[in-house]
Design a protein around this ligand. Structure first.
Ligand code: NAD
Length: 483
């Protein structure tokens, strides 16, 4: 199956923070890739901006280095790269000051799509938006893209929203959660709403529970200071896990339009019950023999920040009453693995003598690694000699099913092109982010007030004992990480 590439309209993209880690690792290589496959038109331009004074030539050389580090080395690459670099320009701006803005104004065209990507610390968002407005750059059709974290609680998220909305309308603001750019996450919507098989069963009558796991094998290397102020709740649950929960639990939107989809997601967040303390397990990865534990990494023996959290969540509405969603995420776990596993109820009765109780089907939607969908079913164990049953999985790995052509683009590539297209479906709306914080804040406040430390867990394990107990108490089991 050949994936179709539909070129986007010509654009000027201003990338603030163009010399930073995210720009060099994801955004610029992502744009290069879209250019290489013909989606970014030859007349599009990318204007890098950061504090450092440097020439456009020096910026291009730096971008070439960044792309060579991440883009595959093919014979065509250097030629394509040279053509891509011609599309780049650079303007030095310290966004706190007045210099540079008029240079930027001169760089921009009036007859193409205009987007500003703020790959800088969130504390700079409002100031940049204000300057863009003051210099007449925030035209009615221009777009502004902001990175996570979008606040560290409801109040800071509200301030960020107010700062952006002072200069841009909501339909111009693109809040990134790169999980939404993942192919499988979008496939979850296709699976649910483009097939008639699942939706009739997608409710508490037929689904026993849902497990959403985002496990990482790495620790917090290179982000120690940020992470110790955030923890797993702010870093992962408030955004990525919440998005996966919303897409799994939401009602079918009437149309696939940005606001119809996001309306349904907000309703899920607003339906979430508060989580009692006994339904949450927190953990912190312990030191190995030679140190190297969470507390060593952050250099603070008293840190009570969680590097793991597991919780039972109830979506209190007609569809989901009585079907819990279990969420879990953590660092330094057994494997890097993200999946949504939907556990259907056990068959109510068995007609097969001697086989014991029958197991419910499990639909596992894998986000990483090896994106795909697997349906656990029960079949007859082949061969003569009695009637035995066996579990087999109907396995659809996207790479196998769709071939190399379907190689999923990086989430950022998809999202960048959506910005140019003006499609906000895969971006978080302001009220959605605030609703998520409003639900998370009391949980974090309880962590802060508690004298309890997160439970230590072994590196390379599935998390602390407390997380296992959370499930055992309900006579259920977590799916094995890295299984
Ligand atoms: P970074 O520190 O590597 O880069 C920051 C960039 O901002 C640099 O180009 C720097 O020159 C520029 N900058 C800083 N102060 C400035 C000022 N006063 N005026 C103009 N430019 C200024 O940061 P990063 O890791 O690239 O992260 C950028 C944003 O993306 C942050 O909001 C971060 O939370 C978010 N983010 C990063 C990652 C990642 O993997 N790095 C992942 C998710 C989200």
């Amino acid at each position: 199956m050949v994936s179709r590439v539909i070129p986007v309209e010509p654009f000027d993209l201003v990338l603030f923070g163009a010399t930073g880690d995210l720009a060099r690792r994801k955004i610029l290589p992502g744009l290069f890739h879209r250019f290489a496959v013909g989606q970014m038109p030859g007349s599009a331009r990318i204007i890098g901006s950061a504090r450092s004074e440097m020439s456009a030539e020096a910026f291009r050389a730096d971008v070439a280095r960044a792309i060579r580090e991440v883009a595959p080395d093919t014979p065509e690459r250097e030629e394509t790269l040279a053509a891509f670099l011609e599309r780049l320009d650079y303007v030095a701006i310290d966004v706190g000051g007045e210099a540079g803005w008029s240079d930027l104004t001169r760089c921009l065209r009036n007859d193409v799509v205009r987007a500003f990507y703020l790959s800088v610390a969130p504390s700079l968002f409002a100031g940049i938006a204000r300057q863009l407005d003051a210099h007449g750059l925030a035209t009615r059709d221009s777009r502004i893209v902001v990175e996570k974290p979008f606040g560290r609680n409801l109040d800071t998220a509200r301030d960020l929203n107010a700062g952006l909305r002072a200069s841009f309308a909501e339909h111009q603001i693109y809040r990134i959660d790169h999980y939404l750019g993942k192919e499988t996450v979008q496939n979850l919507m296709a699976l649910r709403f483009a097939n008639s098989l699942f939706e009739p069963l997608w409710n508490a009558t037929h689904i026993d529970h849902v497990q959403i796991t985002v496990a990482e094998s790495l620790g917090i290397e290179g982000r120690e200071a940020y992470y110790d102020r955030a923890g797993a709740m702010r870093d992962m649950v408030q955004n990525h896990l919440m998005q996966l929960l919303c897409l799994t639990a939401m009602e079918p939107p009437a149309k696939f339009t940005p606001n119809s989809v996001r309306d349904e997601k907000v309703k899920v967040i607003e339906a979430l019950d508060p989580v009692p303390p006994e339904d949450i397990a927190r953990g912190q990865y312990a030191a190995k023999a030679g140190g190297d534990g969470y507390l060593d990494h952050v250099g603070n023996p008293d840190s009570r920040t969680e590097s793991f959290v597991a919780m039972k969540v109830h979506v209190a509405n007609w569809r989901w009453a009585g079907t819990p969603f279990y969420l879990r995420t953590g660092k330094r776990l057994r494997a890097r693995e993200s999946e949504i596993a939907v556990f259907f109820r056990d068959p109510p009765h068995t007609i097969f003598p001697g086989t014991g109780p029958l197991k419910g089907n499990v639909l596992a939607i894998r986000l990483q690694p090896d994106e795909g969908i697997r349906l656990q079913t029960t079949i007859k164990d082949p061969g003569p000699g009695g009637f035995r049953l066996a579990g087999v999985s109907l396995d659809m790995s996207f790479a196998d099913a769709l071939g190399e052509e379907a190689q999923a683009p990086d989430a950022y590539e998809r999202l960048l092109m959506d910005v140019i297209r003006g499609d906000q479906t895969l971006f978080m709306r302001g009220d959605e982010v605030e609703a998520a914080w409003a639900w998370i804040d009391p949980i974090i406040a309880r962590f802060d007030d508690s004298r309890d430390r997160p439970a230590p867990y072994d590196q390379g394990s599935s998390g602390p004992e407390e997380a296992l107990m959370l499930m055992h108490r309900d006579h259920r089991r977590w799916r094995q990480i890295g299984g």
